[in-house]
Design a binder for this molecule. Structure first.
Ligand SMILES: [Mg+2]
Length: 403
């Protein structure tokens, strides 16, 4: 089997997503995806990766994992890493289709029949436009698209009612990020007592309404510097909120700074979807800078790196929690790793996405029911672009080689 071509698809409506398809002379096509900077990732794939990939055997995934990267870009999640993440996903999809096995089976089989999920409380339009975490990119303040405008629910509505609605679906964990706006104001240098008080309200409200039946994930998006991040942690420690974790308090550029935070609070620290490849995560683990290992397969290097990172985490006695909140193929790939890895704690989902626009883009999504996710035994990722997606009027399609 040989790779014959590579195709990238961008949609103006979902400007951050890049779908990547890798075609073979066996008639099998693999699907991958990454998120943020879609045009520059597409350029990298067509200009630099495709000339090396076309003609190669797609089944030799580890060989290509080491052969495709260039000289620079070792541990980041920059353009090259994101592009290679999408290609790696597509190669696993091809291998699974070729062998007639789901990806989780190729990784070592299902360690779990189903995996517990938590809901990231975003709405349908969240992170549609820019590459940042600014409020301008949150998609708030517009007419409701469907029943799960979960960001508006905790930002301007009643987080307790939101928690009840999730519990009614069997979902027993929820993530919110009400500290972000204070971080924008001070560039993460400080937070006032009044801002702390306002940001604690949705968490307090959930405890008032549903008690401890709901686990609460606190997302800080890497927006803080260490002293203010510790003040936030201390606010949770003073009250009987007992959050499930504090996520990405600081950017993981300096692992020692993250370790300072993690060792400065008795609450579990989760990090980080912002890290790239096994080397980046090994530093995190060696510094004991996280209790839970968050990883994004569309950013860290794909399924190959994700499996390596999960195994590394296991060797350090730590669970993993694969990321969602970007696109449907990355989510599906994350669910394959979640089902396989013995040390999976929980899988992120966004109900506004998996019941909403994910279904407009792909078929064969993982199935969420009763607060858990599971996968069919369809070969490969089991997920495919909906027919005609590349023919949409807002699609930009580039091909190198033959598809
Ligand atoms: Mg996160």
């Amino acid at each position: 089997m040989k790779v014959t071509g590579i195709e990238t698809i961008q949609l103006e409506e979902f400007g951050n997503i890049l779908f990547v398809q890798v075609a073979t002379d066996a008639g099998i096509t693999g699907l991958g995806e990454t998120f943020f900077g879609a045009p520059e990732v597409a350029a990298y794939l067509h200009e630099t990766v495709a000339p090396k990939l076309v003609g190669e055997d797609p089944a030799r995934i580890d060989r290509l994992r080491t052969a495709l990267p260039g000289y620079v870009g070792t541990k980041g999640t920059g353009v090259e890493r994101r592009g290679l993440s999408a290609v790696d996903m597509a190669l696993w999809d091809i291998k699974g289709k070729h062998l007639g096995a789901p990806v989780y089976d190729l990784l070592g089989g299902a360690s779990h029949d189903r995996v517990r999920v938590y809901n990231t409380c975003a709405g349908y339009r969240y992170v549609r436009k820019t590459v940042g975490q600014a409020r301008a990119n949150w998609g708030v303040g517009t007419d409701a698209i469907g029943p799960y405008e979960d960001l508006d629910a905790w930002l301007t509505g009643d987080a307790g009612v939101l928690a009840e609605s999730l519990l009614a679906m069997g979902i027993t964990g929820m993530k919110m990020w009400p500290f972000d706006e204070a971080a924008y104001r001070t560039n993460g240098t400080s937070i006032t007592p009044a801002e702390l008080d306002v940001a604690m309200r949705p968490f307090r409200r959930v405890r008032e309404v549903v008690g401890h039946r709901m686990d609460l994930m606190v997302e800080l998006h890497g927006l803080w510097q260490v002293p203010a991040a510790l003040q936030i942690a201390q606010a949770f420690e003073r009250e009987d909120i007992r959050p499930f974790w504090i996520e990405d308090p600081v950017r993981p550029d300096d692992i020692a700074a993250l370790a300072r935070f993690a060792h400065g609070t008795r609450l579990p620290t989760t990090a980080s979807e912002l890290l790239g490849n096994r080397g980046g995560f090994r530093e995190l683990l060696e510094a004991r800078a996280a209790s839970y290992v968050m990883l994004d397969l569309g950013w860290c290097g794909g399924i190959s790196e994700g499996k390596a990172i999960a195994t590394l985490a296991e060797s350090f006695g730590l669970p993993i929690a694969p990321h969602d909140c970007t696109g449907p193929v990355t989510w599906a790939a994350g669910c394959h790793l979640s089902l396989n890895a013995p040390n999976t704690l929980i899988q992120e989902v966004v109900r506004a996405f998996y019941t909403g626009w994910y279904t407009e883009l792909v078929t064969g999504l993982p199935v969420v029911a009763d607060g858990h996710v599971t996968l069919s035994d369809a070969p490969g990722l089991g997920t495919a672009l909906v027919p005609g997606l590349a023919g949409r009027s807002d699609a930009t399609v580039r091909r190198t080689g033959t598809m």
